[in-house]
Write a protein that binds this ligand. Sequence first.
Ligand code: HEC
Length: 187
Amino acid sequence: MHRNLLIFCVVVLFVGAIIALSIRSVESQSDRVQRGKYLVEAVAACGYCHTPRAGAEYNMNMYLAGHPAGQAYPRYNFSMMQQGIFTLTSPQMSAFSGPFGTSFASNLTPDKETGLGEWTEEMFIGAMRTGLHQGVEGNRAILPPMPVKHYAQMNDEDLKAIWAYLKTIKPVKNEVNPPLNQRGRPY
Ligand code: HEC
C-alpha cells in the first residue's frame, strides 16, 4: 500500500515538473516574440524602409512586406552627384537608388515564395551579422541603406527575438524586385 502511494507521489511530481517546464518554455517563447516586436517597432525601426508608404502613412496591409511589386522606382545618375544628390527614393520610401545601384527593401514576412518563409534563423542572423546576402560567404553585399553595420552589433538574443517576431507576422505575397547595379542590370 505504502509502495503504491510512493509511486503515485513520484508520478505526480514528475508530471508536475514537465507541465511547469513546458509552461516556462511557452512563456519564454512569448517573451522573446514580445521583445522582438519591441525591437522591430521601437528601436530598430525596420518598417521605416520595409513597410511601404501609402501617401504619408504606412500601408499596413503591406506591413514589412517590402517594396510593392510592379511599382516605379528611381534611377540614379552620376551627374546628380555634382548637384549634391546622393540617394533617391520611391514615393513608398521602399526603393532606393544611388552610386551603389538600386535597392529594394525586401519582404520580411513569412510568405514562403516571396518572403522569409524558407529562411532559417541561421541565415537571418548571418545576413544581419555579415552584411552578405542570406549570410553566405561569397554572396553579394547587402546594399544601402539597410543599416547592417549597426544591426551587426546586436547581441544574439536580440537578433533571435527579432527573428521569432518576424515569424509571427502576417505573410504577404509580394515579389520584390532584385537589386540592380549601377548600369541598371541585376547584380
Ligand atoms: C534604412 C532602410 C532600412 C531599414 C531601417 C532596415 N532595412 Fe532591411 N533592407 C533594406 C534594403 C534597401 C534592403 C535590400 C538590400 C539588398 O537587396 O541588397 C534590405 C534587406 C534586408 C534583408 C535581406 C538581406 C539579404 O540577405 O538579402 C533582411 C533580412 C532585412 N533587410 C532585415 C531588416 C530588419 C530585421 C530590419 C530592422 C532590424 C531592417 N531590415 C531595417 C533597408 C532597410
